[in-house]
Design a protein around this ligand. Structure first.
Ligand SMILES: NC(=O)c1ccc[n+]([C@@H]2O[C@H](COP(=O)([O-])OP(=O)(O)OC[C@H]3O[C@@H](n4cnc5c(N)ncnc54)[C@H](OP(=O)(O)O)[C@@H]3O)[C@@H](O)[C@H]2O)c1
Length: 341
């Protein structure tokens, strides 16, 4: 039987904000798995800001490689179901995660290390969880949020933690992990709806940064913050340097404010010297050793309802480019996903 499936390819690198015209959806013949491989029917695929960093001729040094033009986009997380297996340890019907997303079917070699290991083919036991959660709180998003707080020693509790891009996939988890660890959490996001969700559903103080970053942060934390979990960079990192107290720490998760434009600062870097600050960049995928403890903690909180998980779901593979543009523009809440078939 010849199987046919669709995949998204990059048509050209965007000069500014990403648009659907930068991609094409192509129908291809799907080969059967060779010995040692499995064929997966993808059911969910991830939409991540980091994809935008790879939509250029050269991705940032040390990061995952740029997507080649006119080829399937390797290195995007997906969840799927094994439909044919020629690999030991994988059976038809298994739920798996892997890194060949943005396509309907994927032939995957379990021996191939993907995305620093986080995207290597892995069988997951649902145990009451939704499959999509393995792209969110029980997957890379949970790991990134947990690892970021871990590397700046913010899991002890008793401190004031500011989380930026707080209504997003990583941010909403960082907010809750920090709060459930006993910290006071201040969250910022770019719309009143997001702020209301952060206050009412996630139970933290929150503000809309479009109403004034410095003023609002200063009003909520007149004596400064101890830790900033920052996904925005630019003006947000600048505000963090201004509002952190002595020995403050920044978990530098991302700098989405400059993914589609020229970098904007910060212009007050000397404060890192004068206040003995720690600016700690980190990658979730560099902290795979934390995955088991993160999963145990978050799965427990999800089961008791202490941790809230929200998704914005786009339907059909063809919606993936639109989903990416919507997410970067701030028009999604929680984890942005595409459901396939
Ligand atoms: N270090 C790692 O290993 C790692 C792993 C995954 C993700 N990340 C980073 O974590 C960050 C969040 O990723 P995510 O998947 O959770 O995405 P997300 O937060 O769900 O979506 C991105 C959000 O960023 C906000 N944003 C966009 N442009 C902005 C700007 N100029 N100023 C302020 N906010 C802006 C928007 O929300 P608003 O409406 O609030 O503006 C948007 O919804 C990104 O920087 C990403 O690169 C890092």
């Amino acid at each position: 039987m010849t199987r046919v499936g669709r995949e998204v390819r990059v048509r050209g690198y965007p000069a500014g904000p990403v648009t659907t015209g930068d991609f094409e959806v192509v129908e291809v013949e799907v080969p059967g798995p060779a010995p040692g491989e499995v064929l997966v029917r993808n059911t969910w695929t991830s939409v991540d800001p980091g994809l935008r960093l790879r939509l250029r001729p050269d991705a940032p040094a040390g990061y995952f490689v740029a997507f080649p033009l006119g080829e399937p986009m390797d290195g995007v997380m997906a969840v799927g179901e094994v439909v044919e297996s020629c690999a030991e340890g994988f059976a038809v019907g298994d739920t798996v995660t892997h890194a060949k997303g943005w396509r309907e079917y994927a032939v995957v070699d379990p021996a191939e290390v993907q995305l620093g290991g986080i995207g290597t083919l892995t069988r997951v036991e649902l145990e009451g969880a939704e499959a999509s959660w393995f792209l969110g709180p029980l997957g890379g998003m949970g790991l990134t949020a947990y690892a970021g707080l871990h590397v700046v020693d913010a899991l002890r509790g008793g401190e004031t933690v500011w989380v930026s891009a707080a209504a997003g996939a990583v941010g909403s988890l960082a907010v809750q992990i920090a709060r459930l660890s006993g910290n006071r959490v201040i969250a910022s996001a770019g719309s009143d709806d997001k702020v209301a969700w952060l206050q009412e559903s996630l139970g933290v103080e929150a503000f809309n940064y479009r109403d004034g970053l410095d003023d609002r942060l200063g009003a909520l934390a007149p004596h400064g913050v101890d830790v900033c979990f920052d996904s925005v960079g630019g003006d947000h990192l600048e505000a963090a340097l201004d509002h952190l107290g002595r020995n403050g720490r920044v978990a530098m998760c991302g700098s989405i404010s400059d993914y589609e434009s020229e970098p904007k600062g910060p212009r007050n870097l000397f404060l890192a010297v004068s206040k003995d600050l720690t600016l700690r960049g980190f990658r979730g995928s560099s902290n795979l050793h934390l995955m088991p403890e993160m999963r145990q903690l978050i799965a427990g909180w999800l089961a008791t309802g202490e941790l809230v998980h929200r998704e914005t779901v786009f339907t059909g593979l063809e919606s993936a480019p639109h989903a990416l543009a919507e997410m970067i523009a701030g028009r999604t809440i929680g984890k942005t996903l595409v459901s396939i078939g």
